[in-house]
Every structure is written in structure tokens, then in C-alpha cells.
Design a protein around this ligand. Sequence first.
Ligand code: 2NL
Length: 357
Amino acid sequence: MSDELEAIKTKFVEASSAAETLSALEQVRVQALGKKGAITQRMKTLGGLDAEARKAAGQDLNRIKDEIAAAIEARKAALEEVELEARLAHEGVDVSLPARPADIGRIHPISQTVDEMVAIFGEMGFSAVEGPHIEDDFHNFTALNIPPEHPARQEHDTFYLPGGPDGERKVLRTHTSPVQIRTMQATEPPIRIIVPGRTFRADSDATHSPMFHQLEGLVVDETTHMGHLKGTLVEFCRAIFGVEDLPVGFRPSYFPFTEPSAEVDIGCSRAGGQLKIGAGDDWLEILGCGMVHPKVLENCGIDSTRYQGYAFGMGVERIAMLKYGIPDLRTFFESDLRWLRHYGFVPLEAPSLVRGL
Ligand code: 2NL
């Protein structure tokens, strides 16, 4: 290699080592390897040489180009390190600054209400059970003694899925009862369960959502009677609304799957258009219940001459609206974060039977 090239290389390598700042180093890089830099300029002259001379000169030029580039890179890394050290040395952390607020999300009022219900029944010895949302006709209707002409079976009220190859049409469960049916089919009494979950009906207006939540309960044993049903549900109503002496009334009703059947009302006041639970002499319907119809037990393979049971069911949205003063059902499922921040529960802060009062 020519002395001249060697001198050029030494000049730029030394210049890069001497550069005190990143911008000074950048100038060295431009002078050597930039578009008009010394090395680049020489590269352009290679075209005028004959093949052999061009090859030798090209190799030399490429080599010193790489050496200069390596020297610049090494210096760059060193200067960056120095710069970082300097910044760290004078930058401080102000530990007195308030923490940035963490956006920790909220528990939806439906989840909170279900949690509280599960806690209350859990203390009474009930187990919580879940099951499929997509059901067959037997578990959703037939086993429950719901006759073929019943309105709940009509196309109009129920979401049916397209029929399968066997011609069977599945259905989005219209209540959580199919889970109790499955439990009775699969387990020998005693049974003591609650079933919270999503349910579906083709209904949509101010007071109906096509997807809503129910919590149903089922107790089956040899000596289970209506006194157990009444005691359990009175206790539940008082616990969920936090009113120790809440009046609870049972009114005869009808369901195809229970006999006798009853609606449960709680005492309230509507004075001045304001609903107050546990005060006054008005009544508010809160849930439905009854003794399990012997046909339903038999449909599940349970001997109705040996066993009897009670069952109940309620709408979770309705309880949540009453408990937390939420006026409009539709807002539950609009996924409006401002609504959730207002009505939702901060995890660990919400006083509840689940997380400790
Ligand atoms: C209501 C009333 C009720 C039941 C649900 C039930 C389930 C089986 C057997 C017998 Cl497997 N009964 N469930 C019984 C009475 C009432 O719900 O108003 N729900 C929102």
C-alpha cells in the first residue's frame, strides 16, 4: 500500500481517537467516508485504472475504509458511554414526587353482585356450579316439565342455533336450570348447589337485555321441605340487602318445574317516588321459588318417592340495580368505561362479603 494511503488512514484514525464529542467524530466520518470524503473520492478514481491496478488499489482502499470505520465506531461507543455516565451523574430521582396513578380497572357490578351471592350461599353450605351456555332441548326445556306449547319454546323468544346433521337444534340456554338438571343426572343426593351465569332470551328493550344473568339454587335431600326453602331465602334476602329485620313474604305462584311455587317479595317504601328497601309497608318482588316438581326429579333419574327438593331463581341485574341504585339495565352492557368507573368496584377496596367488610 502506498505511503500516501497509509498516511491518510493514520490521519483519520488519530482524528477519531482525538474527537472529544459525538459531533466532532461525525465530522471526521464525513471527511473520510462521506459522499465527498477523502476515501470516497479516491474510490471514484479507480475507474480510470487498468484492471490489475484497479483490483490492487480497490483492495487497499476497502481495507483502510474498514479500518477507519472501525476506529470511528469504537470511538463512538466510548463517547456514548462517557455521555451516559455524565447524564447519570447529574440526573437524580425525586422520591418525593407523588406516584403516577395506576389505572387498575374495576369489578363490574354484575361480578360484584354474583360474588356476594356466592359468598352468602357459600356460608350456608352451597357449592357454586357452572355449565354450558349452548344447550339441547332436553336440558333446557323437556327435563324441566316445560310443555311443547310453552311460550319460552317459541322461535320468537329463544335463540336457536342452526340444526345439526342429526336434525337437533341447539339453544342458547334461557335460564341456568339445565346446569341443575345435569347435576341431578350426575350426582346422587344430597345436592346443595347454586348456579350463577349468563342466560339468553330474544328480548331487547329498556328492561330486557338479550343476554342477562341469573342465579338459581337447588337443594335435594330425603327430608328437604318448604321450611328449609323459606328459612334459606329469608336469610339470603336479609344478607344481600344488609337489612337484618327485612320483611320477606311468600306469595303463591306458578312454574312448570316447581309445585307448589311462590314469588318472594321484600318490604320497601316508595314514598316520594324514592325506593327504600326495608322501610315502609310496600312490597317488591325479588325472586321465584318452589318445591321441585316430582316429574323433574324423575326426569333426572332421582326417585321422587325417596327424595324431595326446593329450587329458586333470580335475576342478577335486578338485584344489582336495586342494591347499587343503577337506574338503567341497558347501561350494564354498553362497556362505557366512565360508567364502569362510577358503578364499578375497586379490587380489594370494595367492602364485600367475599373480600372482607
Ligand atoms: C325466577 C324464578 C325459578 C327455579 C327457578 C328450578 C330448577 C330446577 C328445578 C326446579 Cl332444575 N326449579 N328453578 C324454580 C323456581 C323459580 O326462577 O323468577 N327466575 C328469575
